[in-house]
Design a protein around this ligand. Sequence first.
Ligand SMILES: NC(=O)c1ccc[n+]([C@@H]2O[C@H](COP(=O)([O-])OP(=O)(O)OC[C@H]3O[C@@H](n4cnc5c(N)ncnc54)[C@H](OP(=O)(O)O)[C@@H]3O)[C@@H](O)[C@H]2O)c1
Length: 319
Amino acid sequence: MRAVVRREYGDTSVLHVEDVAEPALEPGHVIIDVAAAGVNMAEWHLMAGRPSVARLALGIRRPKLPVLGQDVAGVVSDVGEGVTRFAVGDAVFGSAKGSWAERAAANADLLQPLPPATSFEQAAAVPMSGYTALQALRAVGDVEGRSVAITGAGGGVGSYAVQLAAARGAHVTAVCSAAKAEFVRDLGAHEVIDYTTTDPTDPGRATRHFDAVLDFAGGLPLTRWRRGITPGGRLVLGGAENGGPVLGPLARSLQAPFTRGLKATTLVATSNGDDIAAVALGGGTLRSTRTATYTFAQAAQAVDALCAAIHPGKIVLVP
Ligand SMILES: NC(=O)c1ccc[n+]([C@@H]2O[C@H](COP(=O)([O-])OP(=O)(O)OC[C@H]3O[C@@H](n4cnc5c(N)ncnc54)[C@H](OP(=O)(O)O)[C@@H]3O)[C@@H](O)[C@H]2O)c1
């Protein structure tokens, strides 16, 4: 089968479409004919082997697992021992192992039926960004009537965090570039701050006191957020791409306990069936934010587009 692989770490020039072995079917798993696969910063990290501390798990010199991709939507083509929730022919979406391939194995517990009136491309754009946004919100507790700022609001995780926070009754301030202002307003943001011209923690701003900040950009020093958050409020360290090649986002997390007066939580989002079910589309509160589709052969362009933040929301790949 055809798959997008990388045999070594590097920039997007290491991505190639190759013929690889079919995935093995294990008990509790299914095989999916992939119709669409999500593109996340996770794939950039796995491709680049960055932060380099992650290579302890991924493979020191070269990646142990060449096929990339986790988010998936497609049709079940084989069912492993012990799987009762799905049958051959079922349309599903969720988390798989190596979804940037014509077929992928997935733990049945990490899949949901494709929601009604939803395309494979729309569904593949949800899982990782959706459950990450959900778990970030969970870290700050009840947000009804509270002021929540979300950085990276126009990107993958942020676009779901805006929707989920607004649906829970928060007053949502989306922090993003001006090009994505309309996009985030349409998702439910009440205010938009263009970080390229305005500091969201500026003491002169009327909205400076955020009860919670979900930070998926890492653009501001922690001490700056401290002045923008109400006493008792919390900063969720959701992601940052400027933490250096060795520690990456860990650098901010290590710094947080030494930033006096700041309550911070480092988010390490994990895939689980309940949260994928909770962000399944069709319930009325969440819609897919897929705005761009590339083919497997264009995977390098898709990852470059993600890193350059060209498209609002999510990018997906199709075979
Ligand atoms: N903690 C976890 O478990 C977990 C899970 C998933 C992802 N992540 C991390 O979360 C981060 C976001 O992921 P993603 O998939 O949403 O990426 P993404 O789709 O690339 O979105 C990032 C967004 O941030 C915006 N941005 C860049 N600099 C900014 C700044 N200073 N302030 C506000 N917005 C800024 C970009 O667009 P504009 O500049 O045009 O606004 C872009 O839309 C990444 O670092 C990723 O690795 C963490």
